[in-house]
Design a protein around this ligand. Structure first.
Ligand SMILES: CC(C)(COP(=O)(O)OP(=O)(O)OC[C@H]1O[C@@H](n2cnc3c(N)ncnc32)[C@H](O)[C@@H]1OP(=O)(O)O)[C@@H](O)C(=O)NCCC(=O)NCCS
Length: 186
């Protein structure tokens, strides 16, 4: 697939700003992600998360973008752009068929005031406007109610449960699937 572009200029609504990730973000990104809720829902390995994992992931991200597989962005405080609030990404589900996945997480300090909802709105709007996407998919654990609320607030519809969908820790996990079509973003 052709490379996926980076949003240029960065995406912002004046409260959150989504910009490309930088090597200098890694220590802050590690500290923010090493939080019980992020680990519970977004860390699939049995081994403990370390800063090395975050560094290795960072090195893989730009090549993956150039292969057209994903775009990973830092979610930062738009008023204090050095402060990492979280991460957001779009990734190839079947891009050749006009489908992309979206994902996000926030540090504890950034939760509870709509920043994930703002992040998802910006990301979904950009995907429809600039990436010629015909369907966005959002997947999460059945007990991840906070993430499901974020999806619903942006207009995603819950479409069903994918049984035994992904390897997670020492077993497999069901996934709730949400979908959003052009014109449905709120
Ligand atoms: C999923 C996750 C990002 C959601 O974060 P969040 O803070 O609950 O979501 P939002 O930023 O949209 O904030 C929603 C809360 O802010 C409140 N809020 C205040 N102003 C708001 C506004 N303008 N718009 C939306 N919500 C607003 C809502 O009422 C809600 O409060 P509640 O949690 O008491 O019900 C967070 O739980 C997380 O990082 N989890 C770990 C990683 C993860 O699960 N990622 C997703 C994998 S699928």
């Amino acid at each position: 697939m052709p490379a996926l572009p980076l949003p240029d200029p960065p995406l912002t609504d004046g409260v959150v700003l989504l910009r490309p990730r930088r090597a200098g973000d890694i220590p802050q990104r590690f500290r923010a992600f090493a939080d019980p809720l992020c680990l519970r829902f977004s860390w699939p390995l049995t081994e403990p998360l370390t800063e090395r994992h975050v560094r290795e992931r960072f090195v893989q991200e730009e090549p993956a973008r150039l292969r057209g597989e994903e775009v990973c962005l830092a979610v930062v405080d738009a008023r204090e752009t050095g402060r990492i609030w979280g991460g957001a990404s779009v990734y190839d589900t079947v891009r050749s068929e006009g489908r992309l996945g979206v994902g996000y997480w926030l540090a504890p300090e950034a939760r509870g005031r709509g920043n994930a909802t703002r992040t998802l709105r910006l990301l979904a709007g950009w995907a429809f406007d600039c990436l010629a996407v015909q369907r966005l998919e959002l997947t999460c654990a059945p007990d991840n109610t906070a993430s499901q609320q974020v999806a619903r607030r942006c207009g995603f519809l819950r479409e069903g449960v994918l049984r035994s969908h992904i390897p997670f820790r020492d077993g497999r996990r069901d996934t709730v699937l949400f979908g959003l079509l052009p014109g449905e973003l709120v």
